[in-house]
Write a protein that binds this ligand. Structure first.
Ligand SMILES: [Zn+2]
Length: 162
């Protein structure tokens, strides 16, 4: 039995009362995102390995994900640009919401440190990625995309992958 050392505020690791900060849901989501990214690298043309991956490729990956997005982002020339509730359909593309991308990058940055990163700089922490995310946030804030998830639980997304 050792008394708590002064200066150290680390609590005793008691399994019952510890408020485990990282929930397992986050961990599994992180794992899934990481696998998605690795799969993206495997399918990349020309082939790309993790060690050769830079912020440019991370941005490419984020743009690639837009095709699965559910947030309508009006282009500046669209009649509904700036409206959150368009009265009729328009041809503007669906994209990933900024908030989703932002938290995705957070998870991938952590995953890279855990699973992949050697001594290389973390591509998910690259300055270009931060700049890109800020642009997305800015654009989506202006366009006021609406989330179609609200209306339809299962959007009919066709994936012609093979
Ligand atoms: Zn539109």
């Amino acid at each position: 039995m050792k008394p708590a050392t002064s200066g150290s505020c680390r609590p005793d690791p008691s399994p019952s009362s510890s408020s485990a900060p990282p929930p397992s849901r986050y961990e599994s989501q992180k794992r899934r995102d990481w696998n998605t990214f690795l799969q993206y690298l495997r399918n990349h043309k020309p082939p790309l390995t993790l060690t050769r991956c830079s912020g440019v490729h991370v941005i490419e990956f984020l743009k690639y994900l837009d095709q699965f997005g559910k947030t309508k982002v009006h282009v500046t020339t669209c009649f509904f640009f700036g409206h959150s509730d368009p009265a009729s359909p328009c041809a503007c593309p669906h994209k990933q919401a900024w908030g989703s991308l932002d938290s995705l990058i957070g998870r991938l940055r952590a995953a890279y440190d855990e699973y992949g990163g050697r001594s290389d700089p973390n591509p998910f922490a690259a300055r270009a990625v931060g700049v890109y995310l800020r642009e997305v946030k800015d654009n989506q804030g202006k366009a006021r995309g609406i989330t179609y998830q609200k209306y339809r639980r299962k959007p009919t997304v066709r994936l012609d992958v093979d």
